[in-house]
Design a protein around this ligand. Structure first.
Ligand code: PRX
Length: 661
């Protein structure tokens, strides 16, 4: 059959499937699932604290077992498993090696150019010990912050676990962020060392990472050491007394470094994420609760059978999804994972499916934005590969539209794989709202219900009263083990952001959601000035401050605009300095400034020139009106504007833009 006919057939089938409200776990899945009895929800709800304590002691190896679940004596500064002691790297490595599982592959790593490397648990254990010793030798001590700015290479896991082994707090910065963002995050966290690479490969090109980092790191005084991994072999400057090569320090380090037991509440990592202001928030996670949360959710949400499954989380390790579901969760559970260095379309648009066929992956965890891209490229691409090894699919990072859910189910999952649409955040550390694949009937587009031991509600915006059916704000009603313990060195901001609107006992998520008559949750999107572009979280203020750094820009207002491909896209309204004429070069110049200051993924997709921005009498930009106008909706109330004429001019501009298209 011709490709065109086939794709219109698929279209018709998907349209028909839109009428199906609920999907049962596929035949046979429930029988073999780790959890198949819905009573688990009641058991957890009866005493969540005791239930989590049981999970923590059953699933983790402790040097000193905790006797206590939650300490809520000083809300919102909650503590979990306080009298326990453990080491995260020992849970990820030593216990597997000691149990004779050292030869198991931890990562089937595939490089951009097709190189393959199977990294076993024993390999990781060996390198982590050596690198931990090297870090100590370089002066890194328990409690110090260590930055990590690396591509998707096995050394990223080694670096994180080496920090965890000695109690250093890692601060990973996504490789797509610019060196300037790295420098800023190192400054905020007073990082003592940074681990990076000579160069990084992307779609056949090599970017000089160390050289660029050096250009921005000049004024960074706290940074005593930069460890450079030689990955591409490109020339890079090394500063005497500060910079060392990873392979050299590894070779010189003693081979044994026993894991140091940490108090359960010892910080494990900081991860910067975007908030409502331009300054990113340093989300702080600690050891015991985080490890309990990620180990339990990774095991039960993905129904993981470590002996037989090959699991692939196609995120980047620089985001929380990578921390929890590429590194800590899978390694703690002794899983075998796929790690892919590259982009989804290099060397060809079927590379993901080639990898699934090659490694016989059984579980795939990906973002809706990737799925929408694959839909655009056409079902005939995955259809060329053998995807029959897959038995479970996951989605994360943004709402998945029912059509994409169904395509994923049919084309990738062959209608035999349950889909777990998992809702969570950097702050929650682990999955919070999700189906359990052997229990939950799924509805396309809904993350369904909270994981056992988690309590979520949708509440009224003004009164905070729980809503039994309808739309409101999503809140988490009870503390959970993997919750953030604070914002790094910003206690006031922590309380203000999450625990001021509805009190210190209820966590304000920052998302709007709907609850339906079955109690299923449908997450709608952010209520703050955070934009979700392809599952990447960005603050409008952060992008605005990057845009105004351009010498010709006087003022900018940024909004997230609904986008078919990326979920939301950055749209910027820009006012130029007097005498400057808009031009295509200027658009490229502004996009370039944003790439340099934040990263390429934050570049505005659309720039609208504005003579003036709509402001209230007190001078606040009314983004609501900008969103209306950008998305072609009727304008809301304009009476509070200082000058309502501004909107008329903007409407005319947008009409002109439409004519040009
Ligand atoms: O708005 C929600 C959206 O992503 C936000 C969290 O972003 P981040 O901290 O970067 O973590 C992303 C990966 C966990 C949330 O506040 N979000 C995440 N997962 C979903 C989602 N929205 C709808 N459905 C999801 N499954």
């Amino acid at each position: 059959m011709a490709t065109e006919e086939k794709s219109s057939d698929l279209e018709v089938q998907l349209e028909q499937m839109l009428g199906i409200e609920k999907f049962d776990p596929p035949p046979g899945f429930r029988e073999n699932a780790l959890w198949s009895d819905p009573k688990i929800y009641e058991q957890a709800a009866a005493d969540p604290e005791a239930w989590w304590l049981r999970q923590a002691t059953e699933l983790l190896d402790w040097e000193t077992e905790p006797t206590q679940g939650l300490n809520d004596s000083n809300p919102p500064f909650y503590k979990w498993f306080e009298d326990g002691r453990l080491n995260a790297s020992a849970n990820c490595l030593d216990r597997h090696v000691e149990a004779g599982r050292g030869d198991r592959v931890a990562y089937h790593w595939r490089g951009e150019e097709g190189e393959e490397l199977d990294v076993t648990y024993a390999d990781l254990h060996r390198d982590v010990q050596r690198f931990a010793n090297a870090l100590k030798d370089l002066g890194v001590e328990k409690g110090d912050v260590v930055g990590i700015y690396l591509p998707m290479i096995p050394e990223v896991a080694v670096s994180m676990l080496a920090c965890a082994r000695i109690g250093a707090i890692h601060n990973v910065v996504f490789g797509g962020f610019s060196a300037e963002s790295v420098a800023e995050r190192m400054d905020f966290s007073e990082a003592k060392a940074l681990i990076t690479v000579d160069g990084a490969r992307r779609k056949g090109k090599t970017a000089p990472i160390k050289t660029t980092v050096d250009e921005h790191m000049g004024s960074h005084h706290a940074l005593k050491t930069i460890v450079v991994i030689r990955k591409t072999g490109i020339e890079c400057p090394m500063s005497e007394g500060r910079d060392v090569f990873y392979d050299e320090v590894l070779a010189a380090a003693p081979p044994e470094c026993p894991a140091e037991p940490m108090e359960a509440e010892h910080p494990l990592f900081i991860l910067y994420t975007s908030g409502s202001t331009a300054k990113p928030k340093g989300i702080l996670h600690t050891t015991g609760g985080y490890m309990a949360g990620v180990t339990a959710t990774h095991r039960y949400v993905f129904d993981l059978k470590p002996e037989t499954d090959v699991y692939w989380c196609a995120a980047d390790v620089g985001w929380v999804t990578g921390h929890s579901y590429i590194v800590y969760g899978p390694l703690s559970n002794g899983a075998t994972s796929v790690m892919w260095e590259g982009a989804p379309d290099h060397p060809h648009q079927g590379i993901w499916w080639e990898l699934i066929e090659r490694y016989k992956a059984t579980i795939l965890y990906a973002a809706p934005t990737a799925i929408r891209t694959f839909i655009k490229w056409g079902a005939d691409i995955p259809e060329k590969f053998d995807l029959s090894s897959l038995r479970l699919l996951g989605s994360v990072g943004e709402p998945i539209n029912p059509k994409a859910w169904l395509w994923y189910h049919k084309v990738i999952g062959g209608e035999r794989c349950p889909i777990v649409d998992t809702w969570w955040q950097t702050e929650t550390g682990a999955i919070m709202i999700t189906p359990l694949p052997g229990i939950t009937e799924t509805k396309p587009g809904s993350a369904t219900t909270p994981f056992p031991g988690v309590a979520a509600s949708v509440v009224g915006e003004s009164d905070g009263e729980p809503i039994s059916e309808g739309q409101g704000l999503l809140v988490l009603e009870k503390p959970w083990p993997s919750m953030l313990r604070g914002l790094y060195k910003e206690d006031e901001r922590f309380i203000e952001t999450y625990f001021s609107r509805f009190g210190k006992e209820r966590y304000l998520v920052g998302d709007a959601a709907r609850v339906d008559s079955d109690g299923y949750l449908w997450v709608i999107g952010r209520i703050d000035d955070v934009v979700n572009v392809s599952g990447h979280r960005l603050s409008t203020a952060e992008v605005e401050s990057a845009i105004v750094a351009h010498e010709k820009v006087a003022e900018a207002a940024v909004i997230g605009q609904a986008d078919e491909d990326t979920g939301q896209a950055i749209c910027a309204f820009v006012t130029l300095r007097g005498g400057t004429e808009p031009s295509d070069e200027l658009i490229e110049g502004i996009r370039g400034t944003v790439a340099e200051r934040i990263g390429k993924f934050a570049r505005p997709k659309r720039i609208i020139w504005a003579d003036e921005l709509p402001k209230t009498r007190s001078g606040k930009i009314m983004r609501r009106l900008l969103r209306d106008i950008a998305e072609g909706r009727a304008l809301g109330d304009v009476t509070t504007l200082r000058d309502p004429e501004v909107m008329k001019e903007l409407e005319a501009k947008i009409a002109e833009e439409g004519d040009e298209d």
